[in-house]
Design a protein around this ligand. Structure first.
Ligand code: BG6
Length: 514
């Protein structure tokens, strides 16, 4: 572990070797949320902060500051926060937890570019330091459009807020999108790193905070059973799927012109690929985990030709469950000429000794048949089957499926003898389900990640190099699509455009129907 990954010393007295699940509790600090009136803050961030408080993982004097243009008093901010907590928190509402949290809540009314506002923020944080003991440790959460990053960073720098003195820490949390392509990501990283050292930058990819995603490393590196088989000798291909049934109503402002590849493949799916394909890190310290991720992403290349190995689509009208739904072009706020893709699929090859020649198929889409995210490792067929051919007609390929959500768990698919007098073999599933195996419920991704920021534990946050490598992988596809005109329409409620099926069929394979 590097020194910055070490568990803070003051936690140590709580450590009890007999109970490995003892919580990690954040030290004295506060969080400032920029963009606190936005959807993300309302639905995820404020509830996650409450859930951390409710689990006793925040210090008693924790400070929470909202920064925004609304003409709110501290009490107005608290009232809004209370509403979103009541609507969206994971843990039950408890008055004393709320009272404690609420007493440390402040609101600073300012536009992002107003130096006076940052002066008032400085005073507010100093007041929290003295009244709540937040000790000059402050995290700045930028839940704002990327266009506002430069001005906020500049002001944080100019006001002196970006730098603590002595042992105080200052950290910045950045929400995606991390740029629009490689060039803009580099530019953004430069702007951020001019103000905060990379050690103090926490880029959120909330998929890395999911229990089932972190479990990929446990599955691979805590067991002897799986990882020895994860290589080109045994694996035929890997399918990484993130399917959503929701549409884009209400999200035109963010999504039009962005599309599925930038929204999901560049970050969540490429991170899932890194987790399943990376080599074993020396430890789970941020340096070691990120070193392995950077290595595997550097080796990841698009399979050519892109016309045959990628696919994109745009949902048209159809059904979501029993409800008729409109197509993207009829959704409010989208241009009727929009060429934004709502489905994207790519094929990559990880050019390492372990994986070379094993295609990784990545796909994501809106308004598909069902919400499901999974990583499916599909194995080659056994080299020889000593059975009468008719006995194995229903035998498919073995598969190891990591079910990220919503039905969290792991499935192994393999052939088994059908009970009876003949030697017929058929596929069966062996399942592990979180709900059945554990009594503990999983924290929300944002809960875990916000706590990691406060603890100074950056392993599950992509560094600038990972972000740039992900764009490097994706950029040629985006350029090709930009030159190609309209994406293919696919019906809402189905499984995406025909070109995506064709993309796999060409290789002699098929998408899984989760
Ligand atoms: C976000 C994307 O990052 O992830 C959204 O911007 C998507 O478009 C969301 O809906 C999905 O997150 P989850 O955790 O519900 O799978």
């Amino acid at each position: 572990m590097s020194s910055r990954d070490a568990v803070p010393e003051w936690i140590n007295p709580l450590r009890d070797e007999r109970d490995k699940r003892l919580p990690r509790i954040a030290g004295p600090c506060s969080v400032v949320i920029f963009g606190v009136t936005g959807d993300l803050a309302r639905k995820k961030l404020l509830p996650a902060v409450y859930d951390l408080a409710s689990r006793g993982l925040l210090p008693p004097g924790f400070g929470l500051v909202g920064f925004g243009r609304r003409d709110w008093s501290h009490e107005d901010f608290a009232a809004e926060a209370l509403k979103s907590i009541r609507d969206h928190a994971r843990t039950p509402f408890r008055e004393h937890v709320w009272e404690q949290l609420c007493s440390g809540m402040r609101f600073v009314n300012s536009s992002f570019g107003d130096a006076d506002g940052y002066q008032r923020l400085t005073e507010t944080l100093a007041e929290l330091d003295s009244s709540r003991g937040t000790a000059g440790n402050h995290a700045f959460y930028l839940s704002i459009p990327p266009s506002a990053f430069p001005v906020v960073l500049e002001q944080l720098c100019g006001s002196g807020l970006a730098n603590g003195t002595g042992s105080q820490w200052r950290r910045v949390i950045i929400e995606k999108p991390f740029g629009h392509d490689l060039a803009s990501a580099k530019e953004l990283n430069k702007i951020v790193n001019n103000v905060f050292g990379e050690d103090s930058v926490f880029r959120i990819d909330h998929y890395l905070g999911k229990e089932t995603v972190q479990n990929i490393l446990a599955l691979r590196f805590a067991n002897q059973l799986f990882d020895p088989l994860l290589n080109a000798h045994y694996v035929d291909h890997v399918q990484i799927t993130m399917a959503e049934d929701i549409g884009l109503g209400g999200r035109a402002g963010y999504y039009d012109g962005i599309g599925a590849a930038r929204d999901v493949i560049q970050n969540h799916l490429i991170q899932l690929l890194a987790m399943i394909a990376m080599e074993e890190p020396v430890s789970f310290s941020s340096r070691e985990v990120r070193t392995e991720k950077v290595k595997v992403l550097s080796a990841t290349k698009l399979v050519q030709p892109l016309d045959e190995t990628t696919a994109r689509g745009q949902y048209s009208a159809g059904w979501q469950g029993a409800e008729p739904v409109v197509g993207l072009l009829e959704e409010a706020g989208f241009s009727p000429e929009s060429t934004t893709e709502t489905y994207a699929a790519i094929t990559v090859d990880v050019q390492t000794r372990r994986w070379a020649g094993v295609p990784f198929f990545l796909r994501t889409g809106k308004r598909l048949g069902r919400r499901v995210t999974e990583v499916a490792v599909v194995f080659k067929r056994a080299p020889h089957l000593p059975f009468d051919a008719t006995m194995t007609e229903d035998l498919g390929q073995n598969a190891l499926v990591i079910r990220v959500q919503p039905d969290e768990g792991v499935t192994m698919r393999f052939g088994s003898k059908v009970p009876g007098s003949s030697m017929e073999v058929r596929d069966v599933n062996m399942d592990f389900n979180y709900g059945e195996a554990f009594t503990e419920s999983s924290p929300e991704a944002y809960e875990r990640l916000i706590l990691d920021v406060l603890l100074g534990f950056p392993s599950w946050f992509p560094i600038n190099e990972e972000v740039e490598l992900s764009w490097e992988i994706l950029d040629p596809v985006l350029e090709r699509w930009a030159a190609d005109g309209k994406p293919e329409a696919y019906e809402s409620g189905g499984w995406g455009p025909e070109s995506a099926n064709e993309m796999l069929r060409r290789t002699g394979r098929e998408w899984r129907r989760p």
